[in-house]
Design a protein around this ligand. Structure first.
Ligand SMILES: [Zn+2]
Ligand SMILES: [Zn+2]
Length: 287
């Protein structure tokens, strides 16, 4: 088995499509010894007026977005209680961990809120994510980046890579998620982004920040994981520690494309693979 744990998953109640118990059962059947749940912790006072919000309402996953601390805490206290109950259930044959996929934001107070949340929830690990860039007073996701005119698009992609650097420097996270996320909407892949990618990798290295190889993309238009082979080679040179993430939003997505991703990682020269213990030890230090 490539990795006997999977830590980047989403469930019903957030934007996942399967129940915690169903995900745990499936992961156990596949041979995993540990499954971690990492639903979205997205807290921003302006998030409900962001362009993405109306789409999330249509898709019924708007509850991943929160504009105030009390709401997000009541959602996660309930969710973490449920995780604990399922972990304690004798029918559960797999170790269950409690994580968060946290969006990094710049507004004053955000870090204080996150620290408070960590104190109350005591998660096992935190995945750092940048699903948004702040541009012209608006919170823009990758779809907004794709829809922007070329000049604004480039500014936004630059802001994206800057944010990846700032998030790695913050020292809060256990690892960084899907490094080249704009690839999801087919942007940011030109050679002109190599410098920004290299700078991000160097910042990750300086801060000893691991990355994930996220197998959630693999679409006909882009049949590869995050990050691209180009970035994987940089990561290999920098000896960044890596783990594999399926970013499963449904039981059928658990362990998706792990074989292909491992092959690609090896071809790119990656040798520094994380163990679960290393991740948990590192998370304890950063939180
Ligand atoms: Zn994500
Ligand atoms: Zn995710």
């Amino acid at each position: 088995m490539i990795q006997d744990f999977t830590l980047h998953t989403h469930t019903i109640g957030f934007d996942g499509k399967s129940l915690i118990a169903e995900m745990a059962k499936r992961a156990s059947e596949l041979g995993f010894k540990t499954i971690g749940f990492s639903n979205h912790f997205i807290l921003h006072p302006d998030i409900l007026t962001a362009p993405c919000y109306k789409y999330s309402k249509r898709g019924s996953y708007d509850n991943i977005y929160c504009d105030n601390f009390d709401t997000i805490m009541s959602r996660f206290t309930k969710h973490f209680d449920e995780l604990e109950q399922i972990a304690a259930d004798s029918n559960t044959k797999i170790r269950i961990l409690r994580g968060l996929e946290v969006d990094f934001f710049y507004y004053p107070g955000w870090q204080t809120y996150l620290k408070q949340a960590i104190k109350i929830l005591q998660p096992d690990y935190l995945i750092g994510a940048c699903h948004f860039v702040e541009h012209n007073g608006t919170l823009c996701n990758v779809h907004d980046i794709a829809n922007a005119d070329p000049a604004n698009r480039d500014i936004m992609i630059n802001k994206y890579w800057k944010k990846i650097q700032d998030a790695s420097q913050s020292g809060i996270f256990s690892w960084m998620a899907h490094l080249d996320l704009p690839k999801k909407v087919s942007v940011g892949q030109e050679d002109k982004w190599i410098d920004a990618e290299e700078k991000a990798v160097q910042t990750l290295k300086k801060n000893k920040m691991p990355i994930e190889i996220n197998t959630g993309l693999y679409r006909p238009y882009c049949y590869q994981p995050y990050p691209s082979p180009r970035i994987m080679k940089m990561a290999a040179n920098a000896n960044l520690p890596v783990l594999f993430s399926d970013d499963a939003h449904h039981t059928v997505q658990i362990m998706r494309h792990f074989d292909e991703a491992k092959q690609m990682a090896q071809q790119c020269g990656i040798k520094n693979y994380l163990t679960l213990q290393k991740i948990l030890d590192f998370s304890k230090k950063t939180m």
